[in-house]
Write a new protein. Structure first.
Length: 493
């Protein structure tokens, strides 16, 4: 896609620092990021800056190979392994002495995951049709745009394999969150298609910057930016910009992009149904049928399972109530921050934020994978980044657990407001004594009745696993209004 990688943006430069450090360690790396964000570019840089740079860099797209051929492509096969088969070297053989890049590793069939895990653990493998074991000296780099934690919970990805390939996690931000990269790439592509035309180049860059302000900018990532420049050179900048902006806005109307950080489970449906009931019972008007347990549970299930529900779909769930009654009685859910209403459909907003958790290692901020417990030194610094899709107020609290007992919960930061599209970075220092530090990030967002605050209790909590609609948090949310609590556990020596 590009002759040389582009790391102009501040977030990209931080990623480049992480790449440089990870490249020196001959361990598995998992690259996460949306489609078109440049994950393969990151993988190639890891290889080029590693001690294996003189070895082969082999790419295996796990999502592009038929499940019936995965084993043969990965491990190879011998002559006469099946009818008409000739000797075939697998990707493991081809990458010997170098790097094997498993693109879209989340699409790897479950029955092949256990065989790959054995190879990652240092065991040998046998080509299809052979009983002779082989070994390969390989560094594994995986990449995926999928939620691998969710795949593990659903049984579609082995958790032990995930832990093995995720020794060093790298997160590639979406292109829309890297404005300096957008400008640099647009300028490069413009110069490629119209060499020497500086006026065209600057106009393309200006148009790309304007497009980046759209809430749903660049869903196709770097490839889409390149396509924009190609079309602009062919059909003109203004018509291409207008057409792309119109397409994105239409896409935004169909699917409002709020970040849900964990998939829905049965407990989520139960708790969301209870919250729907409490909001509807608080309505001054006559509560609709959704205030009954079966109907609220049905509505909660459909909201969690779908990107959005049209008015007729909601009416059907709620026993065909008329449109006026529907809108009147959905009002508490919309005002309460549970639903977004665009005039034709409603969508669940839970939660309206994205959180990144980082720890510091040699002055470099390293991301902590969701659900992991980092092992750091006492007195080290931690960092929490909150990116909001709606205005959110954030407070951070902590409590230290030691063998002698747990300390009372203490405030780490005062209340801070995060505006739409902004990222708030909160840095703080760990307790100077060894122990387990439990970090609580309390977030609340506004309704038409003002900004409600979720006030933490005084007791120490002992459930460090983050989960959507946590049972322990529902009483806080029902009392205080829309809110969210995220927890992290850190072991410091």
């Amino acid at each position: 896609m590009t002759d040389q990688p582009v790391f102009e943006d501040a977030r990209s430069q931080t990623l480049l620092e992480h790449i440089t450090r990870a490249a020196k360690r001959d361990v598995a790396v998992l690259i996460r990021g949306p489609t078109g964000s440049g994950k393969e570019i990151v993988a190639r840089l890891l290889h080029q800056r590693s001690t294996r740079k003189d070895g082969p860099f082999v790419v295996m797209n796990c999502g592009a190979i038929s499940p019936n051929l995965i084993e043969s492509e990965l491990f190879g096969h011998v002559r006469n392994a099946f009818t008409g088969a000739r000797e075939h070297l697998g990707y493991l053989d081809k990458a010997n002495g170098g790097t094997l890049f498993l693109d879209e590793v989340g699409d790897l069939p479950v029955d092949q995951q256990v065989k790959l895990l054995r190879v990652l653990d240092g065991h040998g493998y046998c080509p299809v049709g052979s009983a002779q074991e082989r070994t390969s000296d390989i560094r594994f780099i995986g990449a995926t745009h999928r939620d691998v934690e969710a795949l593990c919970r659903d049984g579609r990805f082995r958790e032990d394999l995930y832990n093995r390939i995720n020794q060093i996690p790298l997160l590639v931000p979406p292109l829309a969150e890297r404005p300096a990269d957008v400008k640099a790439l647009a300028r490069r592509y413009a110069a490629k298609h119209r060499p020497g035309d500086d006026e065209f180049s600057e106009r393309v860059v200006a148009a790309a910057v304007r497009l980046s302000r759209c809430p749903d900018a660049w869903p196709g990532g770097i490839r889409q930016l390149h396509a924009f420049v190609v079309r602009a050179e062919c059909f003109g900048i203004v018509p291409t910009e207008d057409d792309m902006l119109r397409t994105w806005r239409q896409r935004g109307k169909q699917t409002v992009s709020f970040a849900v950080q964990a998939p829905a489970g049965r407990d989520d449906c139960e708790h969301l149904a209870g919250l729907i009931q409490s909001k509807l019972h608080s309505n001054r008007g006559k509560p609709m049928r959704a205030a009954s347990r079966p109907a609220s549970l049905a509505l909660a299930t459909r909201l969690l399972d779908n990107d959005g529900l049209s008015y007729p779909e909601v009416q059907e769930i709620l026993n065909s109530c008329d449109r006026r009654t529907l809108l009147s009685n959905l009002k508490p859910l919309i005002e309460g921050g549970l639903l977004h209403d665009d005039g034709t459909q409603v969508q669940l907003i839970w939660p309206p934020i994205v959180i990144g958790f980082f720890y510091q290692d040699d002055n470099i901020w390293l991301p902590v994978p969701r659900g992991s417990i980092p092992l750091v030194q006492s007195g080290d610094h931690l960092r929490i980044e909150v990116t909001a899709q709606l205005p959110v107020e954030v407070r951070v609290f902590g409590t230290t657990h030691r063998r002698s007992g747990s300390q009372p919960r203490r405030p780490i930061t005062d209340k801070k407001l995060v505006k739409i599209g902004q990222t708030l970075a909160i840095e703080f220092k760990l307790d100077s004594q060894p122990g387990f530090e439990q970090i609580f990030v309390h977030m609340t967002w506004p309704t038409t009745r003002g900004l409600h605050e979720v006030s933490p209790g005084t007791e120490a909590l002992y459930t460090p696993i983050p989960h959507v609609l946590q049972r322990e948090r529902m009483s806080l949310l029902e009392q205080a209004g829309p809110g969210w609590v995220e927890e992290y556990l850190v072991h410091h020596r």
